[in-house]
Design a protein around this ligand. Structure first.
Ligand code: SAH
Length: 214
């Protein structure tokens, strides 16, 4: 069982067309096994998503790389992620961007992601518990937004918190089924353009009031 990221990068990412060297380097650098809980750790570099507890999953490495490559984060940029989960995608973005802001609905996962990222020395990540459907207005606007849970619709707040010239990647479609990974590009004049990327299957984006009813 390989616990190294290099074969993952070569066989799962480069071989499938991920070509951005900065992205490949980031994926090689981040210790994915640190984000995978106990029993699943030895499978951390396999070509698959894995459970991270609370019915949630860490995405397949290829999907993380694909979304990162589409967004192409730059050192001077601020990125918003919705669904910190394990914090793995957060870390990959933090390798490449200036500051990464991540909203996670489940308090237990938000806490764990914070701990993992701090322990690994990431100083440019900011994780908070909250409903990411609403974004993180006080910290916006963002150069790009990465949504790592499947949404039934496109959250208006996220489009609003995107800078002109910014991009958002988001799985949109049926909850619990297949979604289309969609890229939204906000033009300098504010008009928004959408491009379908590929079919994917993410855990659902849920709303705070459904998960924590009063
Ligand atoms: N990027 C994560 C993937 C986690 S799975 C990783 O690399 O591990 C998607 C995450 O989205 C889950 O942790 C889930 O709790 C979270 N989520 C679901 N609905 C949400 C919402 N409305 N706001 C923020 N996070 C949400």
């Amino acid at each position: 069982m390989s616990m190294q990221s290099e074969p993952m990068v070569e066989q799962q990412l480069r071989a499938r067309g991920i070509a951005n060297e900065r992205v490949l380097e980031a994926m090689e650098h981040v210790p994915r096994h640190e984000f995978v809980p106990g029993p699943w750790r030895e499978l951390a570099y396999e070509d698959r998503p894995l459970p991270i507890g609370y019915d949630q999953t860490i995405s397949q490495p290829y999907i993380v790389a694909f979304m990162t490559e589409v967004v192409d984060p730059q050192p001077n940029q601020r990125i918003l992620e919705i669904g910190a989960g394990s914090g793995y995608q957060t870390a990959v973005l933090a390798e490449l961007a200036g500051e990464v802001y991540s909203v996670e609905l489940l308090p237990q996962l938000a806490e764990r992601a914070k701990k993992t990222l701090t322990a690994l020395g990431y100083r440019n990540v900011h994780v908070r518990q909250g409903d990411g459907y609403l974004g993180w207005k006080e910290k916006g606007p963002f150069d790009s937004i990465v949504v790592t849970c499947g949404s039934a619709d496109v959250p208006e707040a996220l489009i609003e918190q995107l800078k002109p010239g910014g991009v958002m990647i988001i799985p949109v479609g049926t909850v619990g089924g297949e979604q289309m990974l969609q890229l939204f590009v906000k033009q300098l004049d504010g008009a928004v353009e959408m491009r379908n990327q590929m079919p994917v299957r993410f855990v659902p984006l849920r709303r705070a009031e459904d998960v924590f009813p009063n």
